[in-house]
Design a protein around this ligand. Structure first.
Ligand SMILES: [Zn+2]
Length: 390
């Protein structure tokens, strides 16, 4: 345990906010692994300022486990921290404070702290490490890591994404897409409402439609009680438009999101919105008004994680976790659905609570780190047996 904390101290000290490069941290991890005789491969971002890292401990053999974590953290700007967020602080209350302690450098630290043991162990199945960049801005880095991993390392490893789940296995997760819609109408003096088309009024109808769509999905019975919000949620988080009270607005722009159940698809829900946009345009056209509505995605769609094809990885987890635990579903997006999309058995399981993620004075309970290390140690033991693949 002291070793994991020492590693965590190092990891937290790198400011890997998604807007910054993560290369210094990657270099540290490469150096750490190299000292243990483990080589690692970088999968660079398109512009070369960031990297994913893949490493294998143990034999080049079928089966095994991929332990996946993202190296980036969310910004600290504007948050009231009690101490430097990039200096790990032991609060003396059983908690370690610092940006990323919980989401998710704590997990990475536990994994790295186990590597010296795994290097010595007679592993018959490999343990892969996969550390990504830009998770926090829409799971941008993972696709290239996953592709490289699947094509050059393993098609049979099971994946554990170590996001904070309080060491409970999570088998389902919603997908997420962020969008920006721009409405262009025609400006006119507000006393002459027959002359123009208010982009604000049109946008308001679209916003209402978005909320109504959410209600319609529930009406249609598209509900999964495993989730805390048991249906696909649609939400407009930002809106901006107009210039003055007496001018019909030429432009209005809003940003919104679709967090869909793994059983719903982004395409289908978005198609409803598109159809309504067209209907509205035609309706206005008939009244001699013109409007232009465009929508752009702000990230690639992060796929959901569905509770399927996970029996082996779930067994591996449950066999080595202390209490009998049930399967959970979460509403936040992770890279797990991307791994599952590649055909790999995937669950989410990691130390710390999501309640502390992204918060000022983010912390992780030392007990959680211990629980994670304990799990990883037992899991490693299980990999001293050959895989039963096929
Ligand atoms: Zn995270």
């Amino acid at each position: 345990m002291p070793h994991a904390i020492t590693v965590l101290e190092q990891l937290v000290a790198f400011d890997t906010t998604s807007s910054e490069s993560n290369l210094a941290l990657i270099e540290y991890v490469e150096g750490y692994l190299a000292e243990l005789g483990v080589s690692a491969e970088r999968v660079m971002s398109p512009c070369g300022t960031k990297a994913n890292l893949i490493a294998r401990v143990g034999p080049d053999a079928p089966g095994g486990v991929m332990l996946s974590g993202h190296t980036d953290v969310v910004p600290v700007a504007g948050q009231p921290w009690s101490s430097d967020p990039f200096t790990l602080r032991d609060g003396g209350d059983g908690r370690l404070y610092g940006r990323g302690t919980c989401d998710m450098k704590g997990f990475i630290a536990c994994v790295l702290a186990m590597v010296p043991k795994w290097v010595e162990a007679p592993l018959q199945q490999p343990i892969y490490l996969g550390f990504s960049y830009d998770e926090e801005i829409g799971c941008v880095g993972a696709p290239s890591l996953i592709k490289r991993f699947y094509e050059h390392y393993s098609t049979t490893a099971h994946v554990i994404v170590g996001e904070p789940t309080s060491m409970q296995p999570v088998v389902a997760q919603k997908g997420a897409t962020n969008l920006r819609t721009t409405v262009i109408g025609r400006e006119a003096h507000s006393s002459q409402v027959n002359q123009g088309t208010s982009a604000i009024h049109v946008a308001a109808r679209l916003v209402t439609f978005i909320e109504d769509t959410m209600a319609a999905l529930v009406e249609e019975g598209r509900v999964d009680e495993a989730f805390n919000v048991p249906h696909t949620s649609l939400h407009v988080g930002k809106i901006n438009g107009g210039t003055a009270i007496n001018i019909m607005a030429r432009e209005c722009q809003f940003e919104w999101e679709i967090r869909h159940l793994p059983t719903d698809t982004f395409d289908e829900i978005y198609a409803r919105f598109k159809a309504y946009c067209e209907q509205l345009s035609v309706e206005l056209q008939a009244k001699g008004k013109h409007v232009d509505i465009t929508t752009e995605p702000l990230n690639v769609t992060v796929p959901g994680l569905a509770d399927r094809d996970n029996d082996q990885v779930l067994r591996l987890a449950k066999d080595h976790l202390p209490a009998a635990c049930c399967n959970h579903a979460v509403a936040y997006a992770t890279e797990a659905g991307q791994f599952q999309g590649q055909g790999l058995q995937t669950i989410i399981l990691g130390p710390g609570s999501i309640a502390q993620a992204h918060q000022p004075d983010e912390y992780i309970d030392i007990e959680q780190l211990k629980a994670c290390e304990d799990f990883l140690a037992k899991m490693g033991k299980a990999l001293e047996k050959h895989a039963c693949v096929g």
